[in-house]
Design a protein around this ligand. Sequence first.
Ligand SMILES: NC(=O)c1ccc[n+]([C@@H]2O[C@H](COP(=O)([O-])OP(=O)(O)OC[C@H]3O[C@@H](n4cnc5c(N)ncnc54)[C@H](OP(=O)(O)O)[C@@H]3O)[C@@H](O)[C@H]2O)c1
Length: 252
Amino acid sequence: MEPVLDGTVALVTGASSGIGAATAAALAAQGAAVALAARRRDRLQSLAAGIRDQGGTALVLECDVTDEQQAAGAVQRTVAELGRLDTLINNAGVMLLGPVAGAPLPEWQRMVELNVLGLLYCAHAALPHLLRAAGSGPRQVADMVNVSSVAGRAARNGNGVYSLTKHGVGAFSESLRQEVTGQYVRVCLVEPGATDTELASHNRPEILHSIRSQFGQRMQAEDIADAITYIVTRPRHVAVNELLIRPTEQER
Ligand SMILES: NC(=O)c1ccc[n+]([C@@H]2O[C@H](COP(=O)([O-])OP(=O)(O)OC[C@H]3O[C@@H](n4cnc5c(N)ncnc54)[C@H](OP(=O)(O)O)[C@@H]3O)[C@@H](O)[C@H]2O)c1
């Protein structure tokens, strides 16, 4: 059987580690040519080498998606070098937790700039290409997967601004879904629970300590990649709109 995504092109943001890296590898295994976007070129290059060793196609895009020009440039280079864009995995994100009182403002700015504005810049630049792919592509359908979080469903004490950004991703995704689903661009919101990646490591040491004691069981990045692969490989008439996925032992 032919891999389902043969002939399609996927752009994955935040592909240098964690969920993005695992998703890029999983989509490549399904036959998609993958564009890998993030700031750490060396990480992207080693992922690309692994994908090429398996017979896949990978394009390295060193970029900071919080910069509007660089986000648009990543989309443009994907289309220029791989020929089209069928799938955007809007995954790059940062989670800086802690009390609101006394929080360092630069942490809030980083989250809003990446989780909200970076995602919007990529969505804006990609949308015309996704609409074109849905009209003329091999599968006659295109996908935008926006990676939110359990924190995009429920705010908790200590995750105020991270939760704010992920709630915003949810609102935007549902509005855009309604706008473009009739044109066969499927917009899906993915809301992972605790997953073993680098995400928590960017927190201040005192916060990191409390995160470690809060979370027990974790999923692997490959578990979320598997869920995303399921979403984008559905037949044309099936749109998974939202997927909340937690480690079994995670209660909230
Ligand atoms: N892990 C979890 O428990 C969990 C739970 C719920 C939701 N999520 C969400 O899952 C997504 C992926 O996170 P992860 O867990 O895989 O964490 P991760 O391993 O820290 O990955 C984050 C990715 O974002 C990239 N990135 C950061 N700043 C960027 C920028 N300015 N421009 C381009 N790329 C940038 C990083 O690459 P560079 O540093 O190389 O740029 C990295 O590839 C995030 O949206 C996160 O909120 C994760």
